[in-house]
Write a new protein. Structure first.
Length: 97
């Protein structure tokens, strides 16, 4: 569906899908498709929960491509212990900000 640009249908599916299931889907996607799917999530809290569910490799590959302002907004909606863990793994240019 991502390849066919079926955005309307995907948004409906993403909105109804549990974040743990979305995390599984993310693992099988390229970074560009991860970004497209992530941008379809309208709820910032859901984005934060998704970050909490992603495995380290997927999360770090994705986070390294994000704008700092977008990352900070999502971190504000994550559990504190997950935020601390993520900040400890961020590249220096993002963790120092």
């Amino acid at each position: 569906m991502l390849r066919r640009d079926a955005t309307t249908h995907l948004v409906k599916i993403v909105d109804k899908t549990h974040v743990a299931d979305l995390a599984e889907v993310f693992r099988s996607l390229s970074l560009s498709h991860q970004r497209k799917l992530f941008d379809m999530i309208s709820d910032t809290e859901q984005k934060g929960l998704l970050f909490s569910e992603l495995d380290e490799d997927t999360l770090m590959g994705f986070v390294e491509e994000m704008e700092l302002d977008d990352l900070v907004e999502i971190l504000d909606h994550m559990p504190t212990d997950d935020v601390a863990d993520l900040i400890g793994r961020l590249p220096e240019d993002k963790s120092a900000s």
